[in-house]
Every structure is written in C-alpha cells, then in structure tokens.
Design a binder for this molecule. Structure first.
Ligand code: GLA
Length: 386
C-alpha cells in the first residue's frame, strides 16, 4: 500500500511540479452476495478489499481542474465552472464527473479553488472489483476535504453514483460506492438500497481460517452497454407489469402470480432478484448465528440463479466456480455485474494454493487463458492517508 501512495506523490510532482497537499485512497470491493439487487431497491452485502486507488491532490491558485493518472499519459484539463457531463469522455469522465456531481450536491464550482489530481491504483480494471467506484470514492473524499463541503460518506456514495450514471453513462446502482466509502476491516456492508440504511456485519473470515479467493477470468465487460442495461430494463418491465414501484416490493409469495403475468424470460429475471434479496437476508442471519463456514450453500445458490435465471455468467466464470467447488471451496459465485470479470470462492486458507494449480489446469484444458487468482481481505473504506 505504501508503494502506490509514494508512487502517486512522486508522479504528482513529476506531472504538475510541486508537492501534493495530501493523499487520499479508496478501495475496490467484492460483493459477497446480492447481485443486480441494488437498482431494484433491494439488499446487498459487499465488502471493501485491500486493493486501493490513490489520489494525490494539490490546490491551484485558479479555478481549473487537471487530472492525470498511471493509466494513460493524457492530462485532462477544464475550468471547474465549465464542467458538464457532455464534455466528459474516456477515463477522465470518472474523476471529472465526480467534481461535476459535487456541484450538483451543493459545491459552488465557481468559488472553490482549482485542483491538480494524480491517480494511481492497484485495483484491477475490468475484473468486476469496482475500479471505477474506487476512483470516484477517492476523488470524492479528497475534494470533500479540500473544498470543505462537509458531505457525509453516504452522500459521497450518491455523488459517485451520479457521476457514473450521468457523466460516464453507466446506469449502475449504489452498491460499489457504498462499499468503498463505508467498508471496515473484516466486515461487510449490509445495505438496504431502498432506505440506504447501512449496517456493518462481522465476517470473521480470518478467525475461522477462511479466505476469499478472487478468480479473475480476464473476460472483459462494460456496464455502459449491452447486458447490464438490458437486465436493468427487464427488471423495470417486470416491476411495471407486476404493478409495483420496484422489485423490492415483491417476495417469494408473489412468484406464482409473476409466472402467470410475465413472459418466461422476464419471469426468470424477476425470480433472480426476489430470491437473491432473500439470500442476502439469509446470509446476514447465518453469519450472525452460525458463522462464515455456514454460508457456502447460499453463495452456490446465488451463482446458479445468476447463471440460469438472470443469465449473466459466462463459461469461464462457471468453470472457475465449478473448479473452486471441486477443490475445497465452501461456496463460490461470480461477483459484480457479470458478462465477464471475476468469481469468488470462500475456502479454507490452507487450500488456496491447490485451487490456484487446479484453476490453471482446468482453464488450460478448455483453451482459456489462465485466470488471475489472488486472496483479498475485507479492508477499510476510503481514508485520508497519513
Ligand atoms: C455493477 C454495478 C452495481 C451493481 C452490480 C451488480 O457492479 O456497478 O451497481 O448493480 O453491478 O450487482
């Protein structure tokens, strides 16, 4: 961690000259369970991970914002007062979108000082670990501090989501930013996406000798186009045809009526959301009453529901999940928006290296490139670094 923090400071000086005023960081996330439930006002249970995006920031004497990053050589520059979503594109739409969205949440962009920002990260991009929310949350917490806006972390999560929805154009929910801003070590964030009430839930993985392994398939995905948008539209149609404001208003008792009213595909989409919400509640209860070793069946059921009903898995993710379960995992599922990215496995720490070998073998046998496999721990949400 100290490495990217130091790198970001050094790169700031190299790019902009002078010393950064400070460094802020925010983590990526793994969603333990509760997929495609957030924009349906349902329940999610993500945790912040020990992979972070770091922002080194300096104040300017004018009202210009400049952003540079380790991702590209491009330095984006614009007057704060001229920020509008349609002027933003490419990777800089994430950080600049946050500055714009802070304006929508009350910052006076004509009065705040300009800033230079350098961004570095060790959250893998495209793995479904929310590298985008990590950028948004790190920039949001940094600007909230230096512009003295006094916004709460919950409000900053909405700022990040607004930037992603409006400036980037991806119609994503509130889960990723909430995990990145509210996460605590060895805990998950149990979020009710209707009330936005968040509760911190002990995971107890380390005490139980368990690890979460991320199996990044390397299959890339985008949430601004294609499947994600299509699934969201199906959910909205399902809610409309069932006569409710959101799918959150439905539970298992509504399934027979849903099957009668809805076309076959929409019914399966709706069934995923209804059963996934229940699995989040069951996971929270099981963690409290029996501990982490007892949640494996819920993770497996979640994966089957995403594979068969919501149809957002891909063969590489299914293979990762099957291989994990055949090699000592307690449970496994794809995580994030789907159509690529990563799956996670909950397993005894002692079996992790065996799984890595098994995955390489299974992927080679199917002619797939080897997955990137690594352990993550539940970590602290966004902070100002010392
Ligand atoms: C992406 C989105 C989230 C959420 C998940 C699916 O990560 O950014 O808001 O919808 O997909 O659970």
């Amino acid at each position: 961690m100290s490495d990217i923090r130091d790198d970001a400071r050094a790169s700031f000086t190299e790019t902009f000259g002078g010393e950064a005023l400070g460094v802020w960081s925010a983590p990526g996330r793994v969603n333990l369970i509760g997929e495609h439930t957030d924009y349906n006002e349902g329940f999610v249970l993500p945790f912040a991970i020990n992979r972070r995006t770091v922002v080194a920031l300096g104040l300017r004497s004018d009202t210009v914002i400049r952003v540079a990053s380790a991702y590209t050589d491009e330095v984006a520059e614009i007057a704060l007062a001229e920020l509008t979503p349609d002027r933003l594109q490419g990777w800089s739409a994430y950080p600049l979108g946050v500055a714009w969205a802070l304006g929508e949440f009350g910052a006076d962009l004509a009065a705040v000082p300009g800033v230079d920002i350098f961004i570095d990260s060790d959250v893998p991009v495209g793995a479904g670990l929310s590298s985008s929310a990590a950028i948004e949350s790190a920039v949001a917490i940094a600007l909230n501090d230096v512009w003295q806006l006094g916004l709460t972390r919950e409000a900053l999560a909405r700022v990040g989501q607004h930037a992603e929805n409006t400036a980037v154009g991806a119609p994503t929910g509130i889960m990723d930013q909430s995990a990145s801003l509210l996460g605590k070590p060895d805990c998950a964030v149990f979020l009710d996406c209707r009330s936005l009430d968040a509760e911190i839930i002990d995971l107890g993985f380390a005490a139980a000798g368990l690890a979460i392994v991320v199996m990044d398939t390397g299959v890339s995905h985008s949430h601004a186009t294609g499947g994600y948008v299509d699934r969201r539209t199906s959910c909205e149609r399902g809610a409309r045809e069932m006569g409710v404001e959101s799918l959150r208003c439905l539970d298992a008792d509504d399934l027979p009526r849903a099957q009668e009213i809805l076309d076959e595909v929409t019914f399966r989409r709706v069934r995923h959301v209804i059963t996934e919400n229940q699995r989040v509640l069951d996971t929270v209860r099981t963690l409290r009453e029996q501990g982490a070793a007892a949640i494996g069946g819920l993770l497996d059921a979640s994966h089957r529901s995403m594979r068969d009903d919501f149809e957002i898995s891909v063969p590489e993710l299914d293979l990762a999940v099957e291989t994990a379960n055949a090699n000592g995992a307690i449970g496994a599922r794809m995580t994030g928006g789907g159509f690529g990215g990563a799956a996670i496995a909950l397993m005894p720490e002692a079996s992790v290296s065996l799984l890595q070998v098994a995955l390489d073998g299974a992927f080679a046998e199917h002619g797939y490139s080897p997955p990137d496999t690594f352990v993550v721990t539940a970590s602290m949400g966004a902070v100002r670094e010392p």
